[in-house]
Design a protein around this ligand. Structure first.
Ligand code: ADP
Ligand code: MG
Length: 995
């Protein structure tokens, strides 16, 4: 009831927005009318005029009516013209409808425009893209695949160039010069992953400003935004390469054990099923016996949720009801202990909903009879205390013992993790459903589209576990060079907006994560689509039977049918059934986007039957063939409800575009995953109790609603998973902003000397602090010695202990030391190749950052993994993660600073410079006497100058031409007095920057 009211309210809220837009629409149309009198050149001159006005500070909002009118007028002038789109010729026949103008306003305002399929969103986007491109910044549009990026940019490109704007698109194989040129145009189309990867390459890998391809992150429209920000967002974008050191893989070692464990469990479970059904079939079964039988069924469910025999048992309504009831009861706190007892009879327990697998005591024993504790995480804290207590050990021995304990802990925790992943691989990941094996590789099948996702890997060792299971080569661990989630990529835009046919159900998520609100735009013509009630069958077989019958009937009449399935496997099953029934059809296996688009386009022709996984063919319009209207338009058949309502709505939306007739109907069975997992036990049982027989069909509006509420539950669960992931990613994201900020600063400034000296100053400050210098300048002499030693080891400054004995304020002291280093550097500069100095400095900064940042990324991944294990305890894993992450980050910053200090005087633009410097410095060192042996110099002379390991100079051969302006660093490095990036509110030096 409440949600019904909310819906009504929401509906009113959208109508209000639309009403608010009406006067603007009227103004646009007035302007457009007046533009009709202009010559083509005069219209084109409008673009120049608008640009000038924007440059003079006029707000885009103020120019909107005129700008939109110009676009609409251009579209009108183009009607009847032949245009080329993806090598096909077509006639331009579009002038923006009023609802499209409203959609355009919505997009300009940074909202999500929900517009049904076929409403012409491609054309809608031209309005705000044109308007926002007037600023001179890059206006971008993201499509779901490369083909659509090309198609839409070419198609709409005719309109933009009519108005004097340039448009480009990014394609997968493009080289960076071409990319750079494309981003340089006024408007750029491309996919989310291309944009995201370009961002990563620009900020994490490019070593020269000239290699960066993107201009800015100003305005972006995301087409099919739900698909990109909700479905795709689960896998982060990663640029990776082989890891430097190969580590031993526990998977191969553990596999035989796990395999034995899985077959032992299977034997046990088969026995359980038999016992349970024997007991249940007994006429005079006592209540106790029934309970035991139910518990056995539950055990099977916990041990192998997808067991075929169990599914068959559940076909008996009474038993299913019993199992569901017991399941609910046993998961209440009250029965925790009993449930635990039953679980402990299994070898391992699978949690299907949460995708987890855990070993039980029995399992541990079976796996390692000699050492059942081999897979129990040792209690490190206690072990350390015990070691400390030992009186016979020397401190060194204690240290060694601790190190050993620590190592054992790490080995065991890796093993436990690998085991859990192997169990999941064996029990929940089915070949040809979740993945396929192709050319000796395990390739993921996208659960939504059924697409083969070559190149993508499951994270966290799961992929390696599946590889072990399939006995194919376990791919080497890779190191992450750069990574960003789609969410965080898009959150960088100054203004983000999106369009899709289905956003309403995910409105909360869009709002919470992206601050995007959803506005429903009315259709141009009223929709006459008929959505039939769902038909529910007892078994899958019955369901498919009915689907085939429905398709046959439609085909006999000539009505085209689009059949949606949830997985590739289902598409194939259905295809085989249709073949047997003699129905000619096409299966969309979604491998080649262009082909896919062509097939989908033909799906509206008379008599055609098209099977497609859920989202295949998104973005291509299904036009009705001749005579199809009269037959009732396109018939859309759903073969299973998806976890998310949005995907179902997307499928329904494929018919009845622009006022066309059309009908949709879903066929379901009680064996479907969604029904099995989430339909309230009682309900399903009651339906079945209503003596549902094989082949019988059930249909009621009330059923549609309860299925929807089951979907809502799953949606919420998935949303919280995504939100959780994002909370973790936010931590890394803040760190990335800091690091990329410094890195970019180094790329964009002519001489990154300032950055280097800021780093040096910080390092020296922290050294002074740890040497014990305070505001008054006091320090113990022992500390001073090590400080002086460090200074001389890194910089040719010939520091002496005596110089630090006078009482000076901390700041004055710091200034002094840094000044000395600067003087030494000035000397170095004087002998260097001036043209190459900037490049060398840049190299020093970037090399230090990249090396340590990549290491840091790997450590962070490992941290994620170990936190997962730690969450078994009482602590909140997220705050644990945050704490550790910032300690890692602090270490990272330290390492970067240190490496910069180390490299500065050990690299040179060329060998001569290096030797000259050495000569000058050793002369000055001699003059200052032996007491201050400049060890930096010694180190430098030992270095195989000028090329030495990490600190090898870039020795840029050519003079890098840079503009004379200095671009400021976008994000400053964390200054000691600035707020700590952990968000504690404390100053960095008092928080994670505390020395
Ligand atoms: P959506 O992305 O909203 O599903 P498309 O942009 O693919 O829709 O457009 C669907 C079809 O509608 C296209 O064939 C397009 O040519 C047509 N169309 C869009 N806008 C108009 C218009 N204003 N007048 C005539 N046809 C239009
Ligand atoms: Mg579209």
């Amino acid at each position: 009831m409440f949600s019904f009211l909310l819906q009504k309210f929401a509906g009113r809220h959208h109508r209000k927005y639309v009403e608010k837009c009406r006067p603007i629409v009227a103004r646009i149309n007035e302007f457009e009318q007046s533009y009709q009198a202009l010559t083509e050149d005069q219209l084109r001159a409008k673009t120049v005029e608008f640009r000038a006005r924007v440059a003079q500070g006029e707000k885009l909002d103020a120019i909107l009516p005129e700008a939109f009118a110009a676009v609409k007028n251009a579209a009108r002038r183009m009607v009847g013209r032949e245009v080329i789109v993806c090598d096909h010729q077509l006639t331009w026949d579009m002038v923006h409808f009023d609802v499209q103008l409203i959609g355009g306003i919505t997009l300009h305002e940074g909202r999500i425009a929900e517009m049904a399929t076929g409403e012409g969103k491609t054309l809608v986007a031209t309005l705000p893209l044109y308007l926002n491109a007037l600023t001179g910044k890059n206006a971008q549009l993201v499509t779901v695949n490369d083909y659509l990026a090309r198609r839409d940019s070419e198609w709409m490109g005719h309109l933009y160039s009519f108005l004097g704007l340039t448009v480009g698109c990014i394609q997968q194989q493009m080289h960076s010069e071409v990319r750079r040129e494309m981003y340089g145009r006024d408007i750029t189309y491309g996919t989310a992953s291309e944009f995201g990867f370009d961002y990563l390459r620009d900020n994490g890998m490019a070593t020269r400003k000239e290699d960066q391809v993107q201009r800015d992150h100003f305005y972006c429209i995301v087409d099919e935004i739900d698909s990109i920000l909700v479905d795709e967002a689960r896998t982060p974008l990663i640029i990776s390469g082989p890891a430097p050191i190969e580590r031993e893989q526990p998977f191969t070692r553990l596999r035989p054990g796990v395999e034995a464990l899985v077959s032992a469990q299977l034997r046990f479970i088969n026995r359980l099923v038999k016992e349970a059904s024997d007991m249940l079939e007994k006429k005079d079964a006592t209540a106790d016996e029934k309970h035991t039988a139910a518990m056995k069924m539950l055990q099977v469910k916990l041990g192998m949720p997808k067991n075929k025999l169990l599914l068959r048992l559940q076909e008996t309504p009474e038993w299913r009801k019993l199992l569901d009831k017991t399941d609910v009861e046993m998961h209440s706190d009250f029965n925790k202990e009993e449930l635990y007892k039953w679980k402990e009879e299994l070898y391992f327990v699978i949690d299907e909903k949460n995708h987890q697998a855990d070993l039980t005591e029995v399992g541990r024993k079976q796996l390692r009879p000699d050492d059942p504790d081999a897979f129990v995480l040792p209690d490190l804290a206690t072990a350390f205390i015990d070691i400390e207590k030992e009186t016979t050990k020397t401190p060194e021995e204690k240290e060694a013992a601790k190190r050993e304990a620590q190592q054992k802990y790490e080995v065991v925790s890796e093993d436990i993790h690998a085991l859990s992943q192997l169990l999941r691989a064996y029990s929940l990941y089915e070949r040809d459903v979740e993945y396929v094996v192709q050319d000796g590789k395990v390739v993921i099948v996208d659960e939504n589209t059924g697409r083969i996702m070559s190149g993508r890997r499951w994270s966290d060792g799961l992929h390696q576990a599946v590889e072990a299971k399939e006995n194919v080569t376990i791919e080497r661990e890779t190191r992450t060079y750069a990574t960003v989630t789609i969410q965080n990529y898009f959150r960088m835009y100054e203004k983000l907006s999106g369009m899709t046919g289905t956003a309403e159900t995910e409105a909360t998520e869009f709002h919470e994560i992206y601050r995007l609100s959803v506005t429903q735009i009315p259709t141009n013509k009223p929709s006459v689509r008929i959505d039939k009630n769902d038909s529910i069958f007892k078994t899958r077989r019955d369901k498919y039977g009915a689907v085939v019958k429905q398709i046959q009937e439609a085909q006999q009449r000539g009505q085209p049918v689009l059949v949606g399935t949830v997985t590739v496997e289902q598409s194939e099953v259905l295809s085989r059934m249709l073949k047997r029934a003699g129905v000619i059809h096409t299966v969309l296996n979604a491998k080649f986007h262009q082909q896919e688009a062509e097939i989908v386009t033909r799906a509206g022709h008379r008599g055609s039957v098209t099977i497609a996984t859920n989202m295949a063919g998104r973005g291509t319009d299904i036009k009705l063939g001749e005579g199809v209207r009269e037959l009732g338009g396109l018939l859309v058949v759903g073969t299973e409800r998806h976890e998310s309502r949005r995907i179902d709505r997307q499928l329904r939306g494929r018919c009845s575009r622009q006022g066309d007739p059309g009908m949709t109907k879903f066929f379901l069975s009680l064996e479907d995953d969604l029904m099995r997992l989430f339909l309230q036990g009682n309900l399903a049982s009651r339906i079945m109790e209503g003596a549902m027989n094989e082949g019988e069909e059930l249909e009621h509006p009330w059923l549609n609603r309860s299925i929807e509420s089951a979907q809502k539950k799953v949606e919420q669960q998935n949303f919280s998973i995504r939100k959780r992931l994002l909370q973790y990613d936010d931590v890394l994201n803040k760190q990335r902003e800091v690091i990329y900020g410094i890195r970019n600063g180094a790329l964009h400034t002519e001489r990154p000397k300032d950055i280097i000296f800021e780093m040096i100053e910080e390092e020296v400050a922290s050294r002074l602090e740890s040497a014990g210098f305070d505001e008054k300048g006091g320090a113990g002499s022992a500390n001073v010695e090590s400080l002086v030693g460090w200074l001389n080891a890194h910089f040719p400054v010939s520091a002496k202990v005596e110089e630090f004995s006078g009482r000076r304020g901390f700041d004055a002291l710091l200034k002094d030391v840094v000044e000395r280093i600067k003087q030494a550097y000035a000397l170095k500069e004087s002998v260097e190749d001036q043209a190459a100095l900037g490049g060398l400095e840049r190299y020093i900064v970037i090399n230090a950052i990249d090396h340590h940042w990549q290491e840091h990324l790997t450590e962070m991944e490992e941290l994620r993994r170990s936190i997962g294990l730690r969450s078994y305890g009482q602590k909140d894993p997220l705050s644990e993660y945050k704490g550790e992450a910032f300690r890692f980050f602090e270490e990272l910053m330290n390492n970067v600073r240190l490496q910069i200090c180390t490299s500065l005087f050990r690299s040179a633009t060329n060998r001569d410079a290096f030797e000259n410097l050495f000569a000058i410095l050793s002369r000055s060192a001699r003059l200052q006497g032996p007491a201050s042996a400049p060890t930096a110099l010694a180190a430098a002379s030992q270095a195989a100058a000028p090329a030495e390991g990490d600190a090898a100079p870039a020795a840029p051969a050519e003079d890098i031409k840079l503009p004379s302006v200095t671009i400021r660093r976008e994000t400053p490095k964390v200054g000691r007095n600035e707020p700590c990036p952990c968000g504690s509110g404390k100053k960095y030096k008092n928080c994670h920057g505390a020395g």
